[in-house]
Design a binder for this molecule. Structure first.
Ligand SMILES: NC(=O)C1=CN([C@@H]2O[C@H](COP(=O)(O)OP(=O)(O)OC[C@H]3O[C@@H](n4cnc5c(N)ncnc54)[C@H](O)[C@@H]3O)[C@@H](O)[C@H]2O)C=CC1
Ligand SMILES: O=C(O)[C@@H]1CCC=N1
Length: 279
């Protein structure tokens, strides 16, 4: 448990909420958390009601009370946010950035001083304690800063410490990853309707299939292709179904998807640097 340090979340969107839901259960007390956003007061009140966190009228007031500042706005909004909070930063805050593609060096530059920054890429499964998070420290982040970040994210799932250059790939793989699984489930639900199953019958069957397969992957030391073959009887239904996925080049599509998401992370970082250089 965190020792009473104040954590300010700048940004109150879906990732901020997932983090609040997880960390107020195990990392800190709800009242140690203070949240600000740009203008949606109703959203802040909703988070206060739901989790018991405190809310601030603006980012600056949240930041000036904080030991740990979590940047949880979209990458395009970070320049304005840093401009607002930088004058209010205390002597030794730790900045924890969740921003896809944005390097610790960019955040240090926006802060205009040698400040400890840890860049993290969690995913929204943090809300149920099952995030897959990777973290990397910036130039001024000491071991203890990485340790605090690790402890925080361990309360919402598993944590890998990686070299910062790997965070684009992590973003394309596990940061965006839950969306790929949801997309698959959407397709399974559409297929179920198509083949004549009622949603109330199909939904729990789909969900249990996903959970069961995930648990099998976790519990077994077999390669996924071996587990797949165990389902696939020669001349049976699975073989027929997978044959269609192969025709549609399913695996190539997934690989291209993750490569594109990774490249997009790099683009987000470069676009921000270009915008800063122009300003
Ligand atoms: N949604 C996800 O699955 C994940 C998102 N991320 C990263 O987390 C960040 C937030 O993503 P989402 O929660 O999806 O975005 P979102 O659009 O749901 O929320 C963004 C929040 O930032 C606030 N904001 C914007 N400008 C601000 C400013 N100047 N001062 C204070 N607050 C400001 C908005 O009011 C809003 O509350 C992004 O940088 C994203 O790359 C990282 C991992 C996963
Ligand atoms: O889509 C995005 O840019 C963010 C980063 C990873 C998940 N959501």
């Amino acid at each position: 448990m965190n020792n009473g340090q104040t954590i300010a979340l700048i940004g109150a969107g879906s990732m901020a909420e997932a983090l609040i839901a997880g960390m107020t259960k195990a990392f800190c007390r709800p009242t140690d958390v203070i949240v600000a956003n740009r203008q949606n007061r109703a959203r802040l009140e909703e988070l206060a009601r739901r989790y018991g966190v405190r809310v601030a009228p603006n980012a600056r007031e949240a930041a000036e009370q904080a030991d740990i500042i979590v940047l949880a706005m979209k990458p395009k909004d970070v320049v304005e946010a840093m401009h607002t909070i930088t004058p209010a930063l205390g002597a030794t805050p730790l900045i924890l950035s969740l921003l896809a593609g944005v390097t610790t060096e960019t955040i240090e530059r926006l802060a205009g001083r040698d400040i400890p920054v840890v860049r993290a890429m969690p995913n929204t499964s943090a809300a149920v304690g099952l995030s897959a998070t990777a973290i990397a420290g910036g130039r001024f982040a000491a071991k203890e800063h990485l340790e605090v970040a690790k402890q925080l994210f361990e309360t919402v799932g598993i944590v890998a410490v990686v070299p910062e250059r790997d965070l684009h790939a992590v973003t394309g793989l596990s940061g965006s990853g839950p969306a790929y699984v949801y997309y698959l489930v959407e397709a399974m639900e559409r297929a179920a309707a198509d083949i004549g199953l009622e949603p109330e019958v199909a939904k729990p069957l789909i969900l249990q299939t996903i959970i069961g397969a995930a648990e099998m992957l976790k519990a077994s030391d077999k390669h996924p292709s071996v587990l797949r073959r165990e389902v696939t009887s020669p001349g049976g239904t699975t073989e027929a179904g997978i044959g269609v996925l192969e025709q549609y080049r399913f695996q190539e599509a997934v690989i291209a998807c993750i490569r594109r998401a990774t490249a997009r992370s790099e683009e987000l970082g470069s676009a921000l640097l270009a915008a800063i250089a122009e300003a």
